[in-house]
Design a binder for this molecule. Structure first.
Ligand SMILES: C[S@@+](CC[C@H](N)C(=O)[O-])C[C@H]1O[C@@H](n2cnc3c(N)ncnc32)[C@H](O)[C@@H]1O
Length: 220
């Protein structure tokens, strides 16, 4: 049986069933999960395999040529997106951490994705604000520091083509979003973000019960 599922609302048994009926992992994914686990508790920042499979499929469905990821860590989600890109597609990855993303770089190479992915090290807001206004993207994934979620969303939405998609991770925050006694900076930011996009007429979407909550928004 797997460890406690990241999809906290599933029983371990249902989670096992779901994993057994999802695409299997290849050596690159398996080794990346194992290497990330060696980093200790922070390995829980990695997205769940079933979320990766969903993101690859969604990237294919949308026909993504240009994508941006905010929060790369050791690379699992970037590989999921990059594998779904159309021929000639590119993914811009934003992160501040050289050590973690050096692991990602190694796995991009192993997966044969190094030509599709560009990593920009530095605060993601600076990276996003430096993108030329005319550059259009088809898909974005937000999975970095929570207090900046709204700012990332605004920057990315400005570049998103109509019917393009923004995915946002951890929007159920382990279920704490509905706990009136729970409060900290991250949770506050997540709640504020969820309220903000739910009232935003520029997009249409919902929170999916995948992993720790994955918001899927389509630009109208
Ligand atoms: C939750 S992890 C990303 C997990 C990753 N998506 C995966 O599947 O493994 C968050 C990442 O955001 C990065 N980060 C935090 N603050 C940032 C900032 N201001 N700008 C860019 N990246 C940031 C961290 O270095 C970390 O690698």
């Amino acid at each position: 049986m797997a460890d406690a599922p990241k999809s906290f609302f599933l029983t371990p048994e249902i989670h096992d069933y779901l994993v057994a009926h999802a695409p299997g992992l290849d050596d690159v994914q398996r080794d990346l999960i194992a290497e990330t686990e060696k980093l200790g508790g922070i390995s829980m920042m990695q997205i769940a395999p079933e979320q990766g499979a969903f993101m690859t499929n969604l990237t294919k469905i949308v026909g993504v040529k240009y994508a941006i990821e905010v929060g790369t860590f050791t690379g699992y989600s970037s590989i999921a997106i990059a594998r779904g890109l159309v021929e000639g597609g590119h993914l811009l990855c934003c992160d501040v951490n050289e050590e973690w993303t050096s692991i990602a770089r190694r796995y991009w190479e192993r997966a044969g994705l190094e030509d599709r992915i560009v990593l920009k090290l530095g605060p993601a807001l600076d990276t996003l604000r430096a993108i030329p206004p005319e550059h259009q993207i088809d898909l974005a994934f937000i999975d970095a520091d929570k207090p900046n979620y709204k700012a990332y969303y605004e920057e990315l939405l400005a570049h998103l083509r109509p019917n393009g998609v923004i995915l946002v991770d951890n929007t159920l925050w382990g279920g704490s979003v509905i706990d009136p006694k729970a409060d900290d900076g991250n949770l506050h930011a997540i709640r504020e973000f969820n309220d903000y996009v739910a009232a935003d007429d520029r997009v249409e979407g919902s929170i999916l019960t995948i992993g720790d909550g994955l918001t899927l928004l389509r630009k109208k």
